[in-house]
Each structure stands twice: as structure tokens, then as C-alpha cells.
Design a protein. Structure first.
Length: 430
């Protein structure tokens, strides 16, 4: 280490001259200080590779100087070699306990000084090299761990999406077949009933005075009411079957898992289908009123994306909002909170992006929770109710799969808003 810098600290000019002359041939740069205070200041800005420090100095002795050097983060790693005429073992132990690495005894032996300085400069170089390698290895390990986390999230996300997609698509298919059969037969049934009622009308015109038994039966079954109510019953059945058809359609929309290629997708359809699937959780129960859902869908174009993955994000964010509001109401039932969720979509023309916001009037989050909310395995839910993977997967889907951004804004007691920003063309990252 021929380009090293040595700081010599001694209140005796003769000692400074002798030491400087002794180590000059080694090619090291020499700095000098005549007291402890100036040596501390000089070490902080010059950052020498080694300090030769006299023990016996007025005002600030070598021990106190060494102690202060070791307390300063800028100088704590600089090796210190004490110089002393004393040969007291206790004094040496004290110096070593303060962080010194060695002692040089006065009067100086030139060869000994150079030998000891070389050894400790070499040790410092090895230490720095080792620390650098440790830092590099640590960074590599951190990168590997992060890659493993991302790979695990991708596997989990793919498996969840695939399983969920197959399940939902299967349910939609199973519902669609029988409901199509029922809906088709309702049309025939409506025609048959119209014919029967027309036949009854004709019967009453041709035979105004019905036989006693027929008249009594008509009175027993309240025939006028049946004739009036039967079409309404059929209409209700029509409405019910149409609702089931809509649910089946929503399930198929939600289950779209185009994982090979991105396709154009209307996010409003995805949000509506997700709300329909979650409808059972939005209804009123014994503990709270029905959720108020406010949708402000802007006139936005279709988005090039993976629809199945985006639907999974919508499902997770909406389900989390429902969980947060249910938990808040359960812990403070007297607050009379009217649970609300607001969904907004808009286009950011200046960035050619689509923005989706999902807000709730729930308990909100602290700044600390917001900082960790997208972290792998982080959850605020009780054991058994949350894995800490949901928002991590959402972040990965939005950022890595779609080149977008997922952010959160929240304040305790003021609700939470998750904002998704996605490039419309699906090919450029934000």
C-alpha cells in the first residue's frame, strides 16, 4: 500500500521530524498534528489510512483523543497505533481497549516503525477489500432474495389466477346451461299461459252460466286473481333468470385469464363484474347497513392488458375495503358508520394513461402501515385471515405485468384510496 496517508500526532517537534524522516522512504504521504484536538479535526476531513498517536500530550492526551476518534463515524475505522515511552502493561491494555491496534515504543526504531505500519496498512487494505466483497455479496444475496420473492409471487399469482379462473369459468358454464334451458322454456310457458287465458275468456263468453261445480272451483282458487297474477309471476321469473344470466356473464368476464397475450379490455366491465360477484358481501346484515357503492365511470377507452389479472387486482382491493369497513364497524358498533366505497375511472390525456381509484370511508392507515402495505408477507389482519400476499401480488401485476403504478393514500380515521395508473397501449412502462 504505497499510496497510503499517515497522520502523525505528537506535541514534540523532534519526534515528528524523526518519524516523518523514518517513514518518508516508504513513499507514504505524511500529515502531522501537534495536539489531540487538531488531529481529530484533521482526521475527519483528510481520512488518513493510519494514525500514529502519542500517548502523553497536554490538554487532550492520546487515550482521550483515541476515544473521540472511535466515537466519530467518519474516523472510527482508522487504525490507531499508540507511541509511548511508558512500558506499563496496564496502560497498553487501556489503549487497546479504547480501539488502538498496536504500540510503538520510544525511542523509535526505524525498521520497527516501518514494519508495524506496513503490517497494519496491509491489514486495513485486507479489511476494506473484505468489507467491499461482503457488501457486494450482500447486495447479490439481497437481489437473489428479491428475485426469489418475485418468482414466488409470480407462481402464486399464476396459480391463484389459473385456479380461480378455472373455478369461476366452470361455475359460469354450469350456471349458463340450465339457466338457458329455463329461460328458453319460460318463453314457451308464457305463450301457453296466454293461450289458456284466451281459452278461459272464450269459455266464459260462450257459457256465461258455468255449472255449479265449475263455479265453486273457480271461486275456491280465486280465478280472477290467478289470471291477473300469473303474468306477473312469469315476469318475475324472467327478471330472475336474466339476473342469473348476468351473473354468469360476469363470472366469465372475471375469469378471463389471457396470460399469453394482452388484449383490449373495458375496465368498467371488469369492475362491474367484480362488484356483482361481491354483491353478497355488500348487502345489509344484522351488524351494519348495506354498502353504498358510488361509481363514477369516465368515458375512457379500452385498455390493452391481461383482463384476468386486472380483475384479480379489482377483487383484492374491493375485498380489502369491505374487510376494513366490516372490521371497523365490528369494533365500534355504536359509531353508526354508513359504509361507502367509491370507484372512479378517468383518462390522463397528457400521459395517455388510464386512472382507476378505489376509495372507502374506513379506518384508514398510519404512515408506517402505508410504507409497508405492499411489502411481501406484510398484513394487518389477524392470524388466519390474511397472508400478506394480496397487495404484493397486486403491485406486481400492475407494475411488472402492465408497466403501471399502484399507490395508496390514507389517513387514520379518514379512509383509504388506492390509485392504479396504467398505460393505455399496454406496451410502455410508466
Amino acid at each position: 500500500m504505497t499510496d497510503a496517508t499517515i497522520l502523525i500526532v505528537d506535541d514534540n517537534p523532534t519526534n515528528l521530524a524523526v518519524l516523518s524522516e523514518a517513514i518518508a522512504p516508504a513513499g507514504w504521504e505524511v500529515l502531522v498534528a501537534i495536539d489531540g484536538a487538531s488531529s481529530i479535526e484533521q482526521a475527519a476531513y483528510a481520512n488518513p489510512d493510519l494514525i500514529l498517536l502519542d500517548v502523553m500530550m497536554p490538554q487532550l492526551d492520546g487515550f482521550e483523543t483515541c476515544s473521540r476518534l472511535k466515537q466519530n463515524p467518519k474516523t472510527e475505522d482508522i487504525p490507531v497505533i499508540f507511541m509511548t515511552a511508558l512500558n506499563d502493561a496496564n496502560e497498553k491494555v487501556k489503549g487497546l481497549s479504547l480501539g488502538a491496534v498496536d504500540y510503538i515504543t520510544k525511542p523509535f526504531n526505524k525498521e520497527e516503525v516501518i514494519a508495524r505500519v506496513k503490517i497494519h496498512l496491509k491489514l486495513r487494505q485486507l479489511t476494506q477489500t473484505l468489507e467491499q466483497k461482503v457488501d457486494e455479496r450482500t447486495k447479490q444475496l439481497n437481489q437473489t432474495v428479491e428475485q426469489l420473492k418475485q418468482s414466488q409471487l409470480q407462481v402464486i399469482q399464476s396459480e391463484k389466477l389459473s385456479s380461480l379462473g378455472q373455478l369461476v369459468a366452470g361455475i359460469g358454464h354450469e350456471i349458463n346451461n340450465p339457466i338457458s334451458f329455463v329461460d328458453g322454456n319460460l318463453e314457451h310457458l308464457e305463450d301457453y299461459i296466454d293461450d289458456l287465458i284466451e281459452h278461459l275468456d272464450l269459455y266464459e263468453e260462450e257459457i256465461p252460466e258455468s255449472p255449479t261445480a265449475v263455479a265453486e272451483h273457480a271461486e275456491d282458487i280465486d280465478l280472477p286473481y290467478l289470471r291477473e297474477d300469473l303474468p306477473q309471476v312469469l315476469q318475475s321469473m324472467r327478471v330472475g333468470t336474466q339476473r342469473i344470466v348476468n351473473i354468469s356473464h360476469s363470472l366469465r368476464v372475471f375469469a378471463r385469464a389471457d396470460q399469453t397475450n394482452k388484449v383490449l379490455f373495458n375496465v368498467e366491465d371488469g369492475l362491474k363484474s367484480t362488484l356483482l360477484i361481491l354483491n353478497h358481501r355488500l348487502k345489509a346484515n344484522n351488524e351494519r347497513p348495506e354498502f353504498q357503492i358510488h361509481c363514477d365511470f369516465g368515458n375512457v377507452p379500452e385498455l390493452k392488458c391481461y383482463p384476468g389479472q386486472l380483475n384479480q387486482v379489482f377483487m383484492n382491493l374491493l375485498a380489502n375495503a369491505i374487510d376494513a369497513l366490516d372490521e371497523q364497524i365490528a369494533t365500534a358498533p355504536t359509531a353508526n358508520l354508513a359504509p361507502q366505497i367509491t370507484i372512479r375511472t378517468s383518462q390522463l390525456d397528457e400521459k395517455n394513461c388510464l386512472k382507476i381509484q378505489i376509495s372507502d370511508n374506513g379506518p384508514g392507515m398510519s404512515a408506517q402501515t402505508q410504507a409497508q402495505v405492499f411489502d411481501y408477507m406484510f398484513t394487518t389482519k389477524p392470524v388466519g385471515k390474511g397472508t400478506g400476499l394480496g397487495l404484493s401480488i397486486c403491485q406486481q401485476i400492475i407494475a411488472q405485468q402492465h408497466g403501471g403504478k399502484l399507490t395508496v393514500q390514507s389517513e387514520l380515521g379518514q379512509g383509504t384510496t388506492f390509485t392504479i395508473v396504467l398505460p393505455l397501449n399496454g406496451d410502455e412502462a410508466l
